[in-house]
Design a protein around this ligand. Structure first.
Ligand code: UDX
Length: 469
């Protein structure tokens, strides 16, 4: 077998990937899988849990293998993300105790055992929340790379978890919320995590451990967007002997794969026809991602605020958007009152929506995929963060990139009317739009053949992945 970088013929390789089973994590992992398959001619196998299993029929080029996850139905249905992740990891770590049959280690061992015609496995790319999978991979001798599906700023912050506890920033105290975290500018205590939940702190500690035990890290961002944060991560992980930290985003632009939804949510394409009828830059797109929820009173306030704003809007109202309900009931008469300028759907083809000329602003929960997709299309944002990395993302949107602002405090109709006008209007809104356009240009540069993300992803295929020799 020739194995040089100088054009010699290489033996084909197989890469395994294992996403965390939530939409905002499955999408970027499958995008990476498709990018690797498309460029390196690598064969890619997706390992996935039964819980929130991706729809394999949408990805005919990839192989799929199911892994038992040990998440009881009641926990899966609870929607409590931290508990689901920790329960899954705990079951996977009880290897040899019959907790799962087959165990993750057994599944990995059987996938690695090279069947006739199957190329050998080079490595396993995991989500940083899957420490149990990393341990199982180590037991069968497979090196792991970590895909960070969040921003570099978030990654830097999570890596600093121990320092944040030692210096008293975490758990956050009510009296310190607006104090700066001087080691991680421009973050303030309130941006770190908005909870005292011990499960969340356990998750953060495990993420840091997973990253420090891996071979290399890839992050869904690009060098010109977060230069300071990436430099700091590279410095820190370099000391831990991590071979590389590559910024390879925006992943959704590196593959032509239509990811609409990897789960069984069908994007409602009728909204594109509706957008076609609207004026350029006039529509506010409103979506809170796949997990965030509100209560029925907040739903009412959002509806009334959008109505009062007078702006056209496209609003994603998921059936589980209202906490504890499996159907979201809008106020009586609302839909007919806004019939001529409002469109309500259950799930959007979001990337297509953000790229549509009619969309001029995005009200988002500030999940990283949503923020990054908005940046890629030059769309300014209103951010209403709830949990996880959403506060960090919001801080960067507002204080670093200047392409949006936070809707602070309670959801009230008058406030919603005001922020909608601010974002969509001619003064501050226009300045944010200008900066968003500038960022969009930077995205175009990093995607050119000599752009930073293209170079980074080329480094991944196939030489660096062939590490299990
Ligand atoms: C979760 C966390 O909430 C988020 O903070 C973290 O950064 C990633 O994991 P989620 O809440 O789903 O993610 O938000 P986000 O990261 O924005 O991902 C949502 C994805 O679903 C995006 O890729 C978006 O394009 C897609 N989406 C959302 C649709 O395709 N249609 C919709 O109607 C809504």
């Amino acid at each position: 077998m020739a194995s040089d970088a100088g054009g010699g013929e290489r033996r084909r390789r197989r890469v395994l990937v294992f996403p965390l089973p939530f939409q905002g994590h499955i999408n970027p992992m499958l995008q990476l899988a498709c990018a690797l398959h498309g460029r390196g001619g690598l064969s890619v196998t997706v390992l996935h849990t039964r819980f929130n299993a991706p729809d394999a029929s949408r990805h005919p080029d990839l192989a799929f293998v199911k892994v038992p996850d040990g998440v009881p139905a009641a926990v899966a249905a609870s929607g409590r993300v931290s508990e689901i992740i920790l329960t899954m990891n705990a079951a996977m770590e009880r290897d040899g105790e019959g907790a799962l049959s087959p165990s993750v280690r057994e599944v990995l061992a059987s996938v690695v055992a090279t069947e006739e015609g199957q190329p050998p496995v080079a490595c396993l790319v995991i989500d940083a929340h899957l420490l149990a999978v990393q341990k199982a991979a180590a037991a069968v001798g497979i090196p792991t790379l970590v895909l960070r599906t969040g921003s570099a700023a978030c990654h830097r912050c999570y890596l600093a978890y121990r320092m944040l506890v030692e210096k008293g920033y975490l758990p956050p105290k009510e009296s310190q919320l607006y104090e700066p975290v001087k080691e991680l500018p421009p973050l303030r205590v309130r941006d770190l995590v908005n909870t005292n939940d011990e499960l969340v702190f356990e998750l953060l500690a495990r993420i840091a451990e997973t990253v420090r035990n891996c071979y290399g890290v890839v992050i869904n961002t690009f060098d010109e967007l977060e230069p300071v944060e990436l430099e700091s991560i590279r410095g820190e992980l370099g000391n831990d002997n991590i071979a590389f930290v590559l910024a390879i985003g925006p992943l959704h632009k590196l593959t032509s794969m239509s990811i609409g939804s990897s789960l069984n949510l069908s994007p409602d394409q009728s909204c594109i026809e509706w957008l076609d009828t609207q004026e350029t830059g006039s529509v506010l797109y409103v979506s809170f991602g796949s997990l965030a929820s509100i209560d029925s009173n907040e739903l009412f306030e959002v509806a009334c605020g959008l109505e009062k704003s007078g702006h056209p809007f496209l609003w994603v109202v998921r059936s589980d958007l209202v906490r504890g309900m499996n159907r979201a009931c809008l106020p009586d008469g609302f839909e007919s009152a806004v019939e001529d300028r409002g469109k309500i759907i259950q799930w959007a083809p979001q990337q297509e929506v953000l790229a549509h000329h009619a969309v001029g602003g995005f009200w988002t929960h500030a999940g990283w995929n949503s923020v990054f997709e908005s940046i890629c299309e030059g769309i300014p944002m209103i951010c209403k963060p709830q949990f996880a990395d959403q506060m960090i993302n919001t801080r960067y949107v507002e204080a670093v990139w200047g392409v949006g602002f936070e809707l602070v405090g309670k959801l009230e109709r008058s406030k919603i009317e005001k922020v909608t006008r601010k974002l969509m209007g001619k003064n501050e809104g226009a300045e944010m739009r200008e900066r968003a356009k500038h960022l969009k240009n930077k995205v175009s540069h990093c995607l050119k053949s000599d752009g930073s993300s293209q170079i980074a992803i080329d480094k991944l295929t196939p030489i660096r992945l062939c590490i299990n020799e």
